[in-house]
Write a protein that binds this ligand. Structure first.
Ligand SMILES: [Fe+2]
Length: 280
């Protein structure tokens, strides 16, 4: 039996970023993103909080090393593997130790490494219970059509919204692997790799709490508060020490079966309330 990524139900479990100064960056994540547990293992610095894990590795600034998605059980994982094998998806030799045994990794058309598996159980008891789980990962690509085709047709993510240039080419594609509006997205850009990633804080009140918290810590909000058109989520963005974009989002649309919405590439699509940051 085969299951698409949507049918298997995947959540973003962790992301691994390269950095010229992973030690310094881990201090930022510990202090400001409330990653209570930071440890070095092999060549990685693993930063963890309740339902969030960011791994830092010595390397190039703003480069995604890999990302991991987890589903609820082994059966779903195996049936998803059958789905992608039947689509001849290229596997990577990369072994992801942050997922249970049986995980596997693929390489997408932009050479991003994405792992799929079962979430690893942790014995860590986190004291800080502020709800801040990792939620989505967005990419930058020169070819959003190819990206969408790969994730939708080959992996079985579901396209929820598209942002279209005047010449009908794709500016952005939003896709999901669960009930949330998007777990990945891709922006047309001259860059290839990560655009930003997000933490879902569930409600507006928590965006307000975070704005006050970041202000007290002298961390500038670089975009927002605003509301995205696609996904209808409230958002703020900050930058980490490497100028990676971190989004904190709330009220992201929950998807029940609906058709794909199309949006024009405009400031208002990116931010219904005001200034938009257009990537292309
Ligand atoms: Fe986002």
């Amino acid at each position: 039996m085969k299951l698409s990524a949507l049918q298997a139900g995947f959540n973003l479990d962790h992301i691994a970023l390269e950095s010229p100064s992973p030690n310094e960056l881990s201090k930022f994540y510990k202090k400001f993103i409330m990653m209570e547990h930071v440890k070095k293992k092999n060549k990685e610095i693993i930063c963890e909080g309740q339902n969030r894990k960011v791994i830092l590795i010595k390397g190039k600034k703003n480069k995604l090393s890999y990302a991991g998605f987890s589903c609820r059980n082994k059966k779903n994982l195996e049936q998803f593997k059958n789905f992608i094998i039947s689509n001849n998806v290229p596997f990577s030799k990369f072994i992801n130790n942050h997922l249970e045994k049986g995980a596997f990794s693929i390489i997408d058309p932009d050479r991003n490494i994405i792992s799929f598996g079962i979430r690893k159980k942790t014995k860590i008891v986190f004291k800080n219970k502020f709800c801040l789980p990792l939620q989505h990962l967005t990419f930058a690509s020169r070819d959003v059509e190819r990206f969408e085709h790969f994730y939708c047709e080959m992996l079985g993510f579901k396209t929820t919204d598209r942002v279209i240039h005047k010449n009908r080419s794709l500016a952005t594609s939003f896709l999901t692997s669960n009930h949330e509006h998007h777990t990945i997205a891709c922006f047309k850009s001259n860059k290839i790799g990560i655009d930003h990633y997000s933490y879902e804080v569930s409600q507006w009140e928590n965006i307000k709490i975070l704005c006050d918290y970041f202000s007290q810590q002298n961390i500038k909000i670089i975009w927002g508060p605003g509301r995205h058109g696609p996904g209808n989520n409230l958002f703020i963005f900050i930058e980490d020490l490497d100028k990676n974009w971190l989004e904190f989002s709330a009220e992201l649309e929950i998807i029940h079966d609906r058709k794909v919405n199309e949006w024009p590439q405009s400031e208002k699509t990116l931010n219904l309330w005001g200034k938009g940051i257009l990537r292309s």
